[in-house]
Design a protein around this ligand. Sequence first.
Ligand code: SAM
Length: 286
Amino acid sequence: MADNYRERVCNGYDHLLTIDERLYEARTDHQHLLIFKNRSFGRVLALDGVIQTTEADEFIYHEMMVHVPVLAHGDVRRVLIIGGGDGAMLREVLRHRTIQQVIQVEIDQSVIDLCRQYLPNHSKGAFEDSRAHIVIDDGLHFLQQTHERFDVILTDSTDPDGPAEKLFSRPYYAACKACLAPGGVLVTQNGVAFLQLDEVRSSARHFEALFQDWHFFTAAVPTYAGGIMAFGWASDNPELRQQDVKTLEQRFSQSGIASRYYTPDIHRSAFALPQYILDAIGKTSP
Ligand code: SAM
């Protein structure tokens, strides 16, 4: 009888995957970590009982969270990743030839070490790239003491309980704004909108108070149970979000990147939000 991984998504709703092979389990200095194999989704990473990423569908999340801001901006040189311990966000960012430096601030060294060993297809050597600089620290602490500036900041964190709670706070978003280069953009992992609408509302309130232009875009990632995933978008450059498909097509073609999910049309349409999200964030029209 196969072992099962059961995740409490919300009251009365569990998400269950068979554990066909348990690869590694430990309590790190910051969280409980489990890596296992599942017959449908390949290798799976769970932290504190929440699925973080799977080999089968990680491309959707990482392509959208990276290519949407990078191609909207058009000349990204320096990127900051907060979290992202599995290395796939770093991998996707480094595919862009314009990138000169990526600083990744991950609180838990064990996540990086164990994902390099047990989820090698996520980072695919990204941690060894000379443009990558890994810092083991809390993301907010790093932002509050760095003098670096970034064209794109990506919050690829766990959900707002445990070590990532502060990464959804006003001080955090203010610190991100202070570390954005002129014309830069912050993109955040902002939860599964239907079930975590309060997180979207909360981020929207902070974005509204801090940034000239903000919104959300979405993508459905099968193993993030409960429907479409919301990505927060916050910038003081309103033009970024309005990039036309023609410009995005030119930039995407020049990037030479072969994607499995991202297309310029998907990019544009991802910012079209369902009415219940528009209502929740106080925007009657996009
Ligand atoms: N793709 C996943 C998702 O959407 O939920 C996130 C992937 S990644 C594994 C999340 C990372 O955030 C973890 O490695 C965790 O250690 C890191 N993290 C959590 N809180 C953090 C903090 N305050 N500063 C830096 N990294 C943090």
